[in-house]
Design a protein around this ligand. Sequence first.
Ligand SMILES: [Zn+2]
Length: 196
Amino acid sequence: MSRALIVVDVQKDFCEGGSVPVKGGADRAAAIAELVRRDRERYVHIVATRDHHVDPGDHFSERPDFVDSFPVHCVVGGEGGEFHPGFAPAVDSGAVDEVFYKGARSASKSGFEGAAEDGTSLSDWLRARDVTELDVVGIATDHCVRATALDGVREGFDVRVLLDYTAGVAADTTGTAMNELRRAGVVLSGEPVVIP
Ligand SMILES: [Zn+2]
């Protein structure tokens, strides 16, 4: 058995001060960096995903519903798409083995829709390294963490979400996501972080 950690979308635009801020995002970014530092040995691999938009169509809207459409965020080449400075040191230290980019031309909530710079998909990358179990953390619990964990199960991995290392947009959608994840067979550990 070999377990990887997937860090989902810990980017400036999804934290306080960004264009689609999730409260608690900056705090979780630092907590995830600490998790990476402390538990690096527990994981055979650590990877991160990045929302990385060029022209994602109606994923961007001037009148966003915050379900399917959002204000402009994480545009390729823009500052908002950079890793949050709380988490960036974990990447800069070399502890993150690969980064997977998603959403160039479409909304793309799941990290499994992402690809490394050489085009390798997340699932192919993990399978090539005999990874069978995943821990998923990041932002937001009720959006991209949810979608990544659900796809992880569909792709045949044993998936756990470490709720202490996630930030949710809202309590109701985070609760719905947790129920959905449990039903799909995802193990939830810790307590959800949702700041109203
Ligand atoms: Zn997006």
